[in-house]
Design a protein around this ligand. Structure first.
Ligand code: HGA
Length: 608
């Protein structure tokens, strides 16, 4: 998720590592460290906080050596502390590794390795990998890494160094990026291109399941069977700014396209071997979950919209009444919250002041409070009784995109977990809903692959002053989020309404100049939505519909159709949200707006 740099060559490694990590700093991180093979010792320096802290430590006590690895950590497992910072070492202290990603089966491996006598010092999933490599090491680091990665479930980009092989870096990846900058007599492993651009523009891209063996003079790449394969080499033409954005024009666009990965990471490891949904973070037994009388969801902005989606899912699947409150309202009213209430506080940053106040308020009233957040170690994780993490990776664009859909994914799992505990769905129904939920990342990938027409549609609405977003059922929170995205980044006024409610007021606003965006995906209110489309068209409105592939009839009701694949109604929020993110993005870009940093907005709202 965050930064990896590894160096082997004639120069002092530490300077190259710190330089590379500096180029990855824009991604956000909470701690940093380097390990350098230094005259028969593994020199290790780690610091919490900014790279400046690490640089100051190294300046005071220079680390000498020409091969090493560095990391900026964005915590997923274990708080952002020095002990949890990477690199991590094995028991002998002769091996050090850095890792991006999540090892799903780390708990089992940890138990196994601890039983075999390994002393595991941190809370991270990463350290377990260092000990696993140690356990499998018989003098050949490449073979040990290969055997170790075969035992890992989850996602990883790993770089390892060992004192027995002073100028060797071994790197491996699955579902987390890793490249090798090819230099002259030196090579640099990195999780992202900006880290190597200062030194080289020739880059070998490592693919899933491959292991790279890197020395100053040579890079060889092996597939999972150990056979040597031809590395894919490209020459990078991007400048640093474009490289930071992965070739996308803006962070927001990059993050929209990162959604399949964010969703996969968030859904990872949620089903046990027995086929049951697991959410151990809740630390509540089935009996305790069954005893819940009410769920209260507290959130602001985009997170509030994810909460509205969760309300529909929890009520439908788990048959518990759910209230969703804007945090700044919740904290100042007298909500009916007691020890039988489960409160779910949703905050991307984990620092949202109003939501934190809501958490305190709810706990004072005796409720059990869970946070859904994207930032490990953030304030809400210390104030809530438990935390459900979205593993979307750092989000830099101010307007939330991948964290929104990841929140919905995490909350969908929560709803299934509640339904399972309360036996409101048959085990087969839970299994089949899970099976479909697990395909949603692929559905989003398909939408993103077929989104070329959205820009042309956006071009027709750049002059709009006001717009209306309509939907029913699951389409309501999707419409609300679509409207929020549009107003946040394009500054076009956008109002969202349940489609059936439109004729009680907002219909008065409709003119040919007010585009109406309608979520008209397949579902039990589809016909009703079509009637609402007819009502707005009768008043001259131009309609942009989000609809399901195959719905040919919709073409005759709407000026533009943004297509999504067929999914069940309950799981339609994530797919339907994606084209609306892109619509807002393109309209804002065509209007010349700064989509990553819209005016007046902050990424993390830490004031009331
Ligand atoms: N799961 C590991 C690595 C997380 C990551 O990708 N950080 O950048 C951890 O929590 O340390």
């Amino acid at each position: 998720m965050c930064g990896i740099v590894g160096y082997t060559g004639p120069r002092q490694a530490c300077g190259v590592l710190l330089g590379g990590l500096t180029r990855l700093e824009y991604r956000g991180y909470d701690s940093a460290g380097v390990a350098v093979v230094s005259d028969g010792e593994m020199a290790l320096v780690r610091r919490v906080g900014k790279l400046e802290n690490l640089k100051a430590a190294v300046a005071g006590d220079p680390v000498v050596g020409t091969a090493g690895i560095g990391h900026t950590r964005w915590a997923t497992h274990g708080a952002p502390t020095e002990d949890n910072a990477h690199p991590h070492r094995d028991c002998s202290g002769r091996l050090a590794i850095v890792h991006n990603g999540i090892i799903e089966n780390f708990a089992e491996l940890r138990t196994e390795l601890a039983a075999a006598g390994h002393a595991i010092r941190s809370e991270t999933d990463t350290e377990v990998v260092a000990h696993l490599i140690e356990a499998l090491y018989e003098g050949d680091l490449v073979a040990a890494v290969q055997k170790a990665t075969a035992r890992l479930h989850g996602s990883y980009a790993i770089a390892a160094v060992h004192l027995d092989h002073p100028d060797l870096l071994v790197a491996a990846r699955k579902d987390s990026p890793l490249i090798i900058g090819l230099g002259d007599g030196e090579n640099i492993v990195a999780s992202d291109i900006p880290a190597v651009l200062e030194h080289t523009r020739r880059v070998a891209v490592l693919h899933d399941g491959q292991v790279a063996v890197v020395t100053p003079e040579r890079v060889t790449v092996h597939d999972a069977s150990g056979a040597e394969v031809e590395p894919e080499v490209m020459v990078v033409e991007w400048d640093l700014d474009a490289a930071e954005k992965g070739g996308y024009e803006d962070f927001m666009l990059k993050e929209i396209f990162e959604q399949p990965k964010a969703l996969r990471e968030t859904l990872r490891g949620r089903v046990g071997e027995d086929g049951r949904i697991q959410m151990s973070e809740l630390q509540m037994s089935d009996e305790e979950l069954a005893a819940i009388e009410r769920v209260f969801i507290v959130a602001c902005g985009t997170s509030y919209h994810a909460g509205l989606v969760a309300k529909l899912l929890i009520e439908q699947w788990a048959r518990v009444p759910v209230e969703v409150d804007v945090s700044s309202e919740f904290r100042y009213r007298d909500p009916i919250v007691d020890r039988n209430t489960l409160v779910v506080a949703i905050t991307q940053s984990g620092e949202t002041a109003d939501t934190l106040a809501g958490v305190r308020e709810a706990r004072e009233r005796g409720a059990r409070v869970f946070a859904v957040t994207n930032v490990v170690g953030s304030r809400v994780t210390r104030e809530a009784d438990g935390v459900i993490y979205t593993h979307a990776g750092p989000e830099i664009g101010v307007a939330a995109t991948k964290t929104f859909t990841a929140q919905i994914a995490a909350l969908s799992v929560l709803a299934l977990r509640l339904a399972q505990a309360r036996a409101t769905l048959e085990p087969e129904q839970v299994a089949s809903l899970w099976a479909e939920l697990a395909t949603v990342p692929d559905v989003v990938e398909a939408i993103l692959a077929d989104a070329q027409d959205i820009e042309a549609c956006a071009r027709e609405y750049t002059q709009a002053v006001s717009s209306l977003f309509l939907g029913r059922g699951m389409g309501v929170p999707v419409a609300m989020e679509g409207a929020l995205k549009l107003k946040e980044i394009s500054y076009i006024h956008a109002e969202a309404y349940p489609a059936g409610e439109m004729k009680h007021g907002p219909i008065a606003l409709i003119t040919p100049d007010v585009p109406v965006v309608v979520v008209a995906t397949q579902g039990h209110t589809y016909e009703k939505v079509v009637s609402n489309i007819q009502e707005v068209r009768a008043r001259g409105a131009r309609v942009i519909a989000v609809a399901t592939y195959g719905d040919e009839a919709i073409r005759s009701y709407a000026e533009h159709v943004l297509w999504i694949p067929q999914v069940s109604e309950a799981l339609s929020a994530i797919p339907a949200a994606v084209p609306l993110q892109l619509l807002a993005y393109h309209i804002a870009k065509l209007r010349g707006c700064n989509v990553d940093q819209p005016r007046n907005l902050a990424k993390s709202v830490t004031v009331e």
